[in-house]
Design a protein around this ligand. Structure first.
Ligand code: FFO
Ligand code: ATP
Length: 188
């Protein structure tokens, strides 16, 4: 547990040291690699995330998804229960800062999507390992989400600097199917 906490702090620090131009360029390459992958091409409803604190910015992939007629979905978090609900979005202009300052869609019941309908989930993270495990901010949001809805394909996105030998997975940690980096794609 302490190993996990130390790795989280170390990896957040490492990510803070990346330059804005490096992150922008890598994020573009990651978005491009993602949108060229067959699992993305075949997906019609995709849960993305809005980057905060130096995370990989997948905005370019979201724009590509809108252009090609895919349904773009974003989460709203419920910090009390540590759960996420999903809403379809049509543009970045609809979003407003929510919990943790992360941009979120409005809670419009007509736009709510049942997570079982998602064909692909793009997952942020602090660190990723060679077995397909990820380390987040410790809220357990994605682990809880995937244990409840195990059928959607999970794809992590990372700068190569975020990949480590192991993130010390625990029994509740839900592994990814793929990890997309600026240098290529891992299949677990
Ligand atoms: N862009 C993005 N959206 C996301 C996630 C993410 O990792 N990235 N999440 C993925 O889970 C969820 C939000 N999870 C979060 C969990 C904790 C903190 C946070 O600020 N934690 C404090 C510690 C607070 C505490 O210990 O109670 C901190 O890090 O300072 C932020 C986001 C849902 N949306
Ligand atoms: N399926 C689950 N049901 C209930 N609690 C869970 C579940 N998965 C994880 N948790 C709890 O959530 C907490 C955080 O888990 P963990 O440290 O793995 O989060 P994380 O993967 O870093 O965060 P996140 O998924 O939010 O990015 C743990 O205390 C864990 O017990």
């Amino acid at each position: 547990m302490n190993q996990k906490k130390e790795l989280r702090e170390q990896m957040i620090l490492r990510r803070k040291l990346l330059s804005p131009s490096y992150m922008a360029e890598s994020s573009q390459r990651i978005s491009k690699n993602l949108t060229q992958a067959s699992f993305y091409i075949h997906a019609d409803m995709i849960l993305f995330y809005m980057a905060f604190r130096n995370e990989v910015n997948v905005g370019l992939a979201m724009e590509e998804a809108w252009k090609t007629g895919k349904k773009v979905v974003l989460p709203r978090v419920n910090p009390k229960e540590r759960t996420m609900s999903c809403y379809q979005v049509e543009s970045f202009a609809e979003l407003k800062p929510g919990s943790y300052g992360i941009l979120e869609p409005p809670a419009d019941p007509e736009k709510e999507v049942h997570p079982a309908e998602l064909s692909l989930v793009v997952v942020p993270g602090v660190a990723f390992d060679h077995q397909g495990y990820r380390l987040g901010y410790g809220g357990g949001y994605y682990d809880r989400f995937f244990s409840q809805y195990p059928s959607c394909l999970r794809v992590g996105v990372a700068y190569p600097e975020q990949i480590v030998e192991t993130v010390y997975p625990e029994s509740h940690d839900q592994p990814l199917n793929y990890l997309v980096t600026s240098q290529g794609i891992f299949n677990f």
